[in-house]
Design a protein around this ligand. Structure first.
Ligand code: COA
Length: 281
């Protein structure tokens, strides 16, 4: 397994574990609250990893015992109050990387919620394709407790993912909840004891990293864009997407994927195409 570190950013680190890039929000002294610099750094990280050929899957997590304490209340909301141009620039960037870039990222993304997760951090969890949480983690929409509400892209993220009763209860009370509950309401895929979280998440990430990258991209885009389309438009879109996939893969889903099944090398119902590449014992 190859391991390497990219450390060119002030508030984010990236470690390559085989073909999985682990992106760590790295302001543990501020519980990884999203400062303007962190938004600048994350925008750049996602741009670099998009074209990085070594990484096939992204895992996003937080340094120390917090995942992310939401927007940096001081550096963003207070210190930029009298600088509307800079506030707007950072606001746009903050919305862009979380709501759009991450949501439609060409590579699979997994959120690993290792600890505190508040407010604006919900958008990161929601925009990732998959999410896992430490059972011991504390989560909450605390905005109502400082006389505000889940603004920016948080409202839309809640509407995308949660049932209306859960979303409004959490937003209107600001009550905290634990990782187990986050899994029960479908905010994440599953909750694991903190001690097991990384091992479990990395196993899933490595499993997905072995799949065909073009098929994964088509899988994400077929699902995400279909959510926004009529049924007819979606059928038309996915038909065109299949042609795109065939072109990108030079038809290998048919020749190798189905071909290896027909020649008896593997059974797709019992595992991925990577099984066909393994030497038979
Ligand atoms: N914005 C700015 N600074 C933050 C922050 C945030 N969202 N969350 C934590 N910090 C800072 C604290 O001000 C403190 O800074 P200091 O050491 O310079 O005083 C430092 O991070 C550590 O925070 P602290 O509260 O001492 O840590 P804790 O472990 O006792 O509590 C939290 C952690 C996350 C429960 C608590 O910091 C908190 O409630 N943060 C706000 C969460 C929130 O409401 N986010 C929604 C934003 S939209």
């Amino acid at each position: 397994m190859s391991e390497s570190k990219m450390s060119e950013w002030k508030t984010v680190t990236v470690d390559l574990d085989g073909s999985v890039a682990v992106v760590t929000l790295n302001r543990p002294h501020k519980r990884n609250a999203m400062s303007p610099q962190l938004h600048i750094d994350m925008s750049d990280v996602l741009e670099k990893l998009r074209y990085d050929t070594a990484s096939k899957v992204l895992v996003i997590t937080g340094a120390g015992e917090s995942f992310c304490a939401g927007m940096d209340l001081k550096e963003f909301f207070v210190e930029l109050k009298d600088n509307p141009a800079e506030f707007d620039r950072i606001y746009r960037m903050a919305t862009e990387w979380r709501y759009r870039t991450l949501r439609y990222y060409p590579k699979p993304t997994i959120c690993m919620v290792n600890g505190y997760c508040f407010g604006g951090a919900f958008t990161v969890v929601e925009a990732c394709d998959l999410a896992y949480v430490a059972k011991e983690a504390t989560l909450g929409l605390s905005e109502i407790n400082f006389k505000h509400y889940p603004g920016g892209s948080v409202s839309k993220s809640l509407a995308n993912l949660l049932r209306p009763r859960d979303a409004l209860f959490l937003a209107m009370t600001g009550r905290t909840f634990k990782g187990d509950r986050a899994a029960e309401i479908g905010f994440v895929n599953a909750a694991y004891p903190a001690a097991d979280l990384r091992r479990e998440v990395m196993a899933i990430a490595h499993e997905i990293a072995q799949k065909d990258p073009d098929a994964l991209q088509a899988c994400k885009e077929g699902y995400r864009f279909s959510l926004e389309m009529s049924a007819e438009a979606s059928m038309n879109f996915t038909a065109a997407k299949s042609d795109q996939l065939t072109m990108r893969q030079k038809d290998s889903w048919r020749s190798e994927g189905i071909g290896d099944f027909l020649s008896g090398k593997y059974r797709p119902g019992l595992g991925g195409h990577e099984q066909a590449a393994k030497p038979s014992s």
